[in-house]
Ligand binder design. Structure first.
Ligand SMILES: [Zn+2]
Length: 337
């Protein structure tokens, strides 16, 4: 997610790679706009899922002026140990930990060797991410409880079979953000999930003090529209009436987000809803390519593993914060959902 914070200051939250061009879309877009990556002041790594960190080392390498901020759960020794261990396994393909290792190596080199631990800042609930708090970039999560639970989960993983076990569930330790330029407030939901407990998930995020009184005009829908991230209070208390909402789809094996029911729920809640690509499986890009034709002979249901990264550009004046002030521009295959 690329956010203009006003006055030529930009923020990138998480990263992906366009499945078709193999390029990092936020950097590509800045280049097309004639802006260098030097205008990026803040790079936020909300949590350590591959669909949020792919291409992150390219972002960090390009954005030499940016402060890099991780989720506070990634500060724990357990996380750093896991990064060191798994990224050094011979033959390990490009995974979350090798990507994070590349990022940390870049940051370490940038710190001129003064520190043994890369000079990263970490975000937890209630922290303002920019100096002087202007513009406002406020972390709504993770709460203290979520950081402690993530640490425990990482520690449990370390005592079991280290490589074969699945990654701990990092969604709960994700950094959700409130960003505000002038009167214009937006909520970037990351993959933060809902919880009935007051010290966890969106319930804890809504209790964060220090948030300006403004109501958000735009929501980056949390966790790819999944029901486990839905919070009525998030929509009612952080957002104004008829907010603009956008989401990114997620696919892995049989897990497809958002599901049809998720789209029904989100359409009923948002003023207008956009999605960067269809959640359905994407047909091969080059259907007549010899390799595709050969694979088709053996695989009945052939689809692209990674889709093209669509673009939803949402603009509104910093002074006006009504839904009618918003303009939306879509880049293929993004569409109205
Ligand atoms: Zn995700």
């Amino acid at each position: 997610v690329l956010v203009h914070l006003g006055l030529g200051r930009w923020m990138i939250v998480d990263s992906c790679i366009d499945g078709r061009t193999r390029k990092q879309p936020a950097l590509e877009w800045l280049a097309t706009m004639g802006l260098g990556a030097g205008c990026v002041e803040l790079v936020v790594v909300s949590h350590w899922h591959l669909d949020h960190v792919r291409g992150l080392s390219e972002v960090v390498a390009a954005c030499t002026e940016a402060t890099v901020v991780f989720s506070d759960a990634m500060r724990t020794e357990e996380f750093l140990y896991r990064v060191g261990l798994i990224s050094s396994q011979p033959g390990s393909r490009r995974n979350v930990y090798s990507e994070m290792r590349a990022v940390m190596d870049l940051l370490l080199a940038r710190s001129e060797g003064a520190y043994s631990v890369p000079p990263v800042r970490t975000a937890k609930a209630g922290l303002l991410l920019l100096p002087q708090g202007q513009p406002v970039v406020l972390a709504l999560s993770p709460s203290e409880t979520e950081v402690a639970l993530a640490q425990r989960s990482l520690a449990a993983q370390l005592s079991a079979d280290l490589v074969a076990t699945a990654a701990p569930e990092p969604n709960h330790a994700a950094v959700a953000l409130w960003a505000q330029a002038g009167q214009l407030g937006v909520v970037l939901g990351s993959d933060l999930e809902a919880s009935a407990k007051p010290d966890r998930g969106w319930e804890a995020a809504l209790r964060v003090v220090g948030r300006p009184a403004a109501q958000g005009l735009y929501l980056k829908v949390p966790h790819h529209g999944s029901f486990d991230a839905h919070s009525d209070r998030l929509w009612a208390e952080l957002l104004g009436p008829a907010p603009v909402a956008a989401l990114t789809p997620f696919k892995r094996g049989r897990i497809v987000l958002p599901g049809p029911q998720d789209l029904v729920r989100l359409r009923a809640t948002a003023g207008s809803l956009y999605i960067t690509a269809s959640p359905a499986r994407q047909q091969p890009y080059r259907p007549n390519d010899p390799l595709t034709s050969t694979m088709r002979r053996y695989i009945r249901d052939l689809a692209e593993a990674e889709g093209a990264a669509g673009r939803v550009t949402i603009r509104a004046p910093m002074t006006g914060c009504r839904p009618e002030d918003v303009t939306v521009d879509l880049g293929f295959p993004a569409r109205r959902a």
